[in-house]
Design a protein around this ligand. Structure first.
Ligand code: DQA
Length: 147
């Protein structure tokens, strides 16, 4: 099984960035813990972070027929990007949307997502554990759909 982990703008600042909201772990810490989980589940996990919308779109397009599932924290592009939505619709790869913070408990401009209604599921407010829950859910989804 091949899973792509995408993190959008400012998530490279995790650990430094508003730790009360986003936690103390760096993105490198989170990704290495996820790589361990992936290895134990016999999954190939490829991870990319970018601050650039077009790089995230290119990564989604390149996933066509190359990845079985996408886990994405689109950062602020969640609330702005019709282009990311269209890329995910174009490749038709099932995905889970993850947010570290509970976006619904924050400013109203964070309450709307351009991705949630086309996601397999959405996890928010559970901190870095949300990525682990997403990986677990992705693997069960793939096992039940790929037999
Ligand atoms: C975020 C929530 C977004 O509203 C914000 O713009 C981020 C991070 C989260 O993980 O909680 O950059 O996606």
């Amino acid at each position: 099984l091949r899973i792509l982990l995408l993190n959008g703008p400012n998530l490279n600042m995790l650990g430094v960035r508003e730790p009360a909201t986003y936690g103390a772990a760096s993105l490198a810490d989170i990704v290495s813990a996820l790589q361990q989980q992936a290895a134990s589940l016999d999954v190939q996990l490829q991870a990319l972070q970018s601050n650039a919308e077009h790089e995230l779109i290119n990564a989604i397009q390149q996933s066509y027929q190359q990845q079985d599932f996408i886990i994405i924290n689109p950062g602020a592009y969640t609330h702005t990007s019709i282009a990311l939505r269209d890329a995910l619709l174009a490749v038709a790869i099932p995905f889970i949307e993850v947010h570290l913070s509970n976006v619904h408990a924050r400013e109203s401009f964070r309450h709307h997502s351009y991705l949630s209604d086309i996601a397999r599921g959405v996890i928010c407010g559970l901190g870095a554990k949300g990525y682990h829950y997403a990986l677990d859910a992705a693997v069960s989804y793939l096992h039940s759909h790929n037999q």
